[in-house]
Design a protein around this ligand. Structure first.
Ligand code: S3P
Length: 421
């Protein structure tokens, strides 16, 4: 386990190109792997999670190389020689469970200790309703035909929605998913580009199956907004900051953090906006901001900033007044229990933080002081605590720093690059 030391730099400035969006990278690989033809994939995430997806698809007989994947249709997938190793990646396990549920052969999916503890019933329950054979521990799916259902998901989860859309490609009839709040819509966008028969309405998506006619499409993967989030908070709260971030994804189902930061007085701008491969992106510039108000999340806002909440908790500890970040019980079942892990880390750094069942109540501004903190093996906790370290007095040591490889392998190098004395 490696430990990284972080201090507050005199100035935080420079230009960064962020890692490819993790969610879009998984989908670019999976959807093109079951489409017909060769797709060039530019800017794909180099993180360990996306490598897990690529490894599983290879094991299922899909041909791919550096920056390309060649699909021969859903029907060309072959049983893997052994269990499919999803590593630390919930997206890999849940999306592949959906994809493989309707295939005529059984598949076993395994993962590391963290992934093995994460809830899989959220996909297995609806898959069983579709007629699939689906067991947990180890997770086994496939070998039985599936049929379309209408499923009202009790949670807003893009992974559940995407798993069922993938199962719907093998299913007889219409598969309809209704969500209690909108979740990220990368699957809908990409499946539509590849020619799936989709119907999308607010809070609902439906797919007609069986369908094995997806056509491969090149994908230009934008920079990951969830990686940008760390720099957005670091620069907004550092007293002397000017950061530029190139080609950052701006999909509106991912950028709720911008609305929250705007409400508390952050100063950032967006330029060079474009849409490529059905996804909007642009350049961002962020500078030090006046810290005006505490954060009050709006109902349903948590689902669209679920991955940004750990770093938003850091922001809350520096804002005047009491912030309530609630409605995010999902954080308890991520790569770690992110509510407990961030409460522990922020408390060690001197923040006034109270754990709620579904988030935190944080009173600031706290004079954060460097301390030894633990990532709990969770990439977003490690990076959020690193941002806290950038904004604290003294030295912060982050144990388990290597886990940033999951989504942002160059994070520590980028941090050094923009930390000016
Ligand atoms: C993801 C969806 C989110 C998110 C995860 C990636 C995806 O999870 O937290 O990092 O790529 O679909 P849920 O769908 O479970 O909320």
């Amino acid at each position: 386990m490696s430990t990284v030391r972080v201090c507050s730099p005199g100035r935080l400035a420079g230009t960064l190109r962020l890692p490819g969006d993790k969610s879009i990278s998984h989908r670019a690989l999976i959807f093109n792997a079951i489409a017909h033809g060769r797709a060039q994939l530019r800017g794909l995430s180099q993180g360990a999670d996306v490598a897990s997806t690529a490894g599983c698809l290879r094991a299922l007989g899909v041909e791919m190389g550096e920056g390309w994947v060649e699909g021969r249709g859903l029907g060309a997938l072959r049983p893997a020689a052994g269990p499919l190793d999803c590593g630390n990646s919930g997206t890999t396990m849940r999306l592949l469970a959906g994809l493989l549920a309707g295939r005529p052969f059984p598949s076993t999916l395994i993962g590391d200790d963290s992934l093995t503890r994460r809830p899989m019933d959220r996909v297995l329950v609806p898959l069983r309703q579709m007629g699939a054979a689906a067991e947990v521990a180890p997770l086994r799916v496939g070998g039985r035909p599936v049929r379309g259902i209408r499923y009202a998901s009790p949670i807003a989860s893009a992974q559940v929605k995407s798993a069922l859309l993938l199962a719907g490609l093998s299913a007889e009839g219409r598969t309809e998913i209704v969500e209690p709040a909108p979740s990220r819509d990368h699957s809908e966008r990409m499946l539509a580009t590849l020619g799936a028969h989709l119907e999308v309405a607010p809070g609902m998506v439906a797919i007609e199956g069986p369908f094995d006619g997806l056509q491969a499409r090149d994908v230009e993967v934008p920079g990951d907004f969830s990686a940008a989030a760390f720099w957005l908070v670091a620069a907004s709260f550092h007293p002397d900051a000017d950061l530029r971030l190139r080609c950052v994804g701006q999909n509106p189902t991912r950028t709720a953090l911008l609305d929250v930061l705007r409400r508390v007085g952050a100063a950032f701008s967006l330029s060079a906006e474009q849409e490529v491969s059905g996804e909007p992106f642009g350049d961002m510039e962020i500078s030090s901001a006046a810290r005006l108000r505490p954060i009050q999340l709006q109902p349903n806002e948590a689902a669209c900033l679920i991955d940004e909440l750990p770093v938003l908790a850091v922001a809350a500890s520096l804002l005047p007044g009491t912030s309530r970040l609630a409605g995010a019980a999902e954080l308890r079942v991520k790569e770690s229990d992110r509510i407990a892990a961030m409460a522990e880390g922020l408390d060690r750094l001197g923040a006034d933080v109270r754990e709620l069942p579904d988030g935190w109540e944080i009173t600031g501004p706290a004079p954060l002081r460097g301390a030894r903190v633990n990532s709990h093996g969770d990439h977003r906790v490690a990076m959020a605590l690193a941002v806290a370290g950038l904004l604290a007095h003294g030295e912060t040591e982050i144990e388990g720093a290597e886990c940033v490889d999951i989504s942002y392998p160059n994070f520590w190098q980028d941090l050094e690059r923009v930390s000016l004395s």
